[in-house]
Write a protein that binds this ligand. Structure first.
Ligand SMILES: Nc1ncnc2c1ncn2[C@@H]1O[C@H](COP(=O)(O)OP(=O)(O)OP(=O)(O)O)[C@@H](O)[C@H]1O
Ligand SMILES: [Mg+2]
Length: 257
């Protein structure tokens, strides 16, 4: 019999715990993101989703546990080695985190411009090709982040994350504050990035319609740990009361045959 080929593990989080002083936020978190997978992380506000993401990318240091990205241990990694790995990821933060002093197009091509020399004309051309998929007009490129709306800033941050087609995407609330049409555009973009370029994505979201559209797998953070995991379809059959609360407003027939 043919042996089933194991998929490559892109991110592996093992026994991760994180507290702030005596306040335990995360305890014994274990999960894997495999190649080609889109993983959604859900959980109540304040459950520790953003803290988990910040631990994964090394902005916060876990008290215990291991985080491997493409087999490299991120905990206690040197600053240089960490920065090299982060350049290969596409990350958006919950609160935008654009560089205020850079124009929008400079924000978008920031990572690429760090790696290779490109002139203004090439940079803007690249930025235009990316923002087109996000329903943004080229006239925003020469403005600064403070001169565009919150929803536009969110999309510029997503454009910055996907510039250079990184194979690992980490998004914290990419559709929050966006209208449903723009939200769907972002969902499409995440799906395309995962399915067509063979990438892998972790998306933290409260948007359950988005979970149904983009995720292969869902994990719920509750009471400091992963209290449920499964596919989006399995959420609708789950007896877990928290999961039931999350899916209550959603009609599965809209998403699954
Ligand atoms: N740097 C920090 N210092 C102390 N406490 C922190 C810090 N960062 C986060 N926290 C606490 O950790 C808890 C989890 O925060 P986190 O931002 O991860 O929640 P979340 O699940 O992302 O919530 P939301 O859905 O509202 O974004 C909160 O109680 C928060 O106050
Ligand atoms: Mg958060």
């Amino acid at each position: 019999m043919k042996k089933k080929l194991d998929k490559k593990i892109i991110i592996e989080v093992s026994d991760l715990s994180k507290s702030f002083n005596d306040n335990i936020i995360l305890k014994n978190i274990n999960f894997k993101l495999v190649e080609g997978e889109s993983l959604a992380i859900i959980g109540a506000s304040g459950s520790g989703k953003s803290v988990l993401l910040k631990n994964i990318i090394g902005l916060l240091k876990p008290d215990n546990g291991s985080i491997k990205i493409n087999n490299t241990e991120m905990v206690n990694i040197s600053r240089n080695a960490k920065e090299k790995i982060l350049l290969e990821l596409g990350i958006t933060f919950q609160h935008g985190a654009l560089f205020d002093s850079l124009k929008n197009w400079e924000n978008i091509i920031f990572k690429i411009a760090n790696k290779e020399k490109i002139n203004n004309q090439q940079g803007k051309k690249l930025a235009i090709s990316i923002i087109k998929q996000l329903g943004l007009q080229p006239n925003i490129l020469d403005l600064y982040p403070s001169e565009i709306s919150g929803g536009m800033q969110k999309r510029v941050a997503i454009a910055r994350a996907i510039c250079g087609s990184p194979k690992i995407l980490l998004f914290d609330e990419p559709t929050s504050g966006l209208d449903p049409v723009t939200g769907s555009l972002i969902d499409e973009l995440i799906k395309t990035a995962v399915k067509t370029i063979g990438g892998s994505a972790i998306t933290i979201t409260h948007d359950m319609a988005s979970v149904c559209r983009i995720a292969d797998k869902v994990i719920l953070i509750d009471k400091q740990t992963i209290s449920w995991s499964g596919t989006p379809q399995e959420m609708f059959r789950s007896k877990n009361p928290k999961i039931q609360e999350f899916v209550k407003p959603i009609n599965p027939k809209e998403f699954f045959k």
